[in-house]
Write a protein that binds this ligand. Structure first.
Ligand code: SF4
Length: 344
């Protein structure tokens, strides 16, 4: 078996936060750089800026380009290497829309209405009605993945139903339209659950989300991190410094679990339970650890911000590479479906 290909993406919502980092970016970088003992890459990685997907929940496109660039800078700052991983906008590769149209014929609307992720989103966003495009969101996602023949999809658990829809569509297409030379046009991609798929927000109530105002941004410097951390929700029963605490219900402790080293983590837990560590000091430790993790990202961010022409040329270069792969897949799709036959 050859190198596995991973297609992952994010909507261009501007500067990214720690939840994006722990839930996706960190894993992307690891997958991008993973090599076999012989030094060959384990995965080919492609990263998509899902600008069409943005339209499912917002029709306001005024800031889409600046948000795209902000996100791209965060990707690059986190260690995404454009030489290894093409970075591209969905809207600039026309084949996404073409394959989406074909796939839309291979799945029923009732199947899409049963999608639990969609039901959850409608509830969370208090949506009264759904557009046709929003209902078809997982179909567009299937087109995104299969256009590049992704065999592995890194996801949080909430995205698993979408991967299942992608697999169903791939199977259905392959059964209906075997290619005369290669047989199956599409692989059935396997989900790969990420280790830290969700990071709780500073308010402790939900996942980190800019719309909820409970985030630490990757672009935040140490002072900003500390300032935000001061408002983080802790164990509400630990009122005075010497009260024994319960780390298992504390937002800050959930960050320690990610950013403290194992010895430090054990000590914090012990001291919190014993009442020998106060929340103010504990938050200071947590902020320092987070800022330490973000320091190299901030430095690289500054470099890219000072070289925005480079960032734009990275994007155009990634789009040229993606176009070649997407164009090739669509030729196979058309040949399998006998669309555009030249003999008559
Ligand atoms: S001491 Fe730390 S872990 Fe314990 S409740 Fe306070 S902030 Fe949370």
């Amino acid at each position: 078996m050859g190198t596995l290909r991973i297609l992952s993406g994010m909507r261009p919502t501007g500067k990214l936060h720690l939840g994006h980092y722990t839930g996706a970016l960190e894993n992307w970088v690891e997958q991008q750089n993973q090599v076999t003992e012989e030094g060959a890459r384990v995965y080919e990685t492609c990263f998509l800026i899902a600008d069409y997907h943005n339209l499912t929940t917002s029709l306001d496109t005024r800031d889409i380009f600046s948000h795209t660039l902000d996100m791209l800078v965060d990707w690059l700052a986190a260690g995404i290497d454009p030489e290894k991983s093409p970075l591209f906008r969905q809207s600039q590769i026309k084949e996404h829309a073409e394959l989406f149209l074909i796939f839309s014929m291979l799945i029923t609307s009732s199947r899409l209405e049963r999608n639990p992720t969609l039901k959850e989103q409608v509830r969370d966003l208090n949506m009264e009605s759904l557009t046709y495009g929003h209902l078809g969101y997982p179909v567009l996602q299937a087109a995104d993945i299969l256009l590049y023949k992704g065999n592995v999809v890194p996801v949080g658990e909430d995205q698993l139903p979408h991967v299942e829809i992608t697999r169903e569509i791939a199977r259905r297409f392959n059964n209906l339209y075997p290619h005369p030379h290669i047989g199956d046009v599409f692989p059935e991609p396997a989900p790969k659950i990420t280790k830290f798929s969700r990071l709780v927000g500073l308010d402790g109530k939900a996942k980190m989300s800019k719309s909820l105002g409970n985030t630490i941004l990757l672009a935040d410097g140490p002072e900003e991190v500390l300032k935000k951390m001061r408002n983080a929700v802790t164990d509400t029963e630990k009122i005075r410094k010497n009260d024994p605490g319960h780390p298992e219900v504390c937002t800050v402790f959930s960050y320690h679990e990610k950013f403290a080293n194992p010895d430090q983590l054990a000590q914090i837990e012990e001291d919190c339970r014993a009442g020998s560590l106060g929340c103010v000091d504990c938050k200071r430790i947590c902020s320092a650890n987070i800022s330490g993790e973000l320091a190299p990202l901030l430095e690289r961010r500054r470099y890219y911000e000072a070289n925005m022409d480079l960032v734009k040329s990275i994007l155009l270069d990634g789009e040229a590479k993606a176009e070649v792969i997407a164009g090739h897949t669509m030729q196979e799709v058309r040949a399998a479906m006998k669309l555009g036959e030249k003999r008559w």
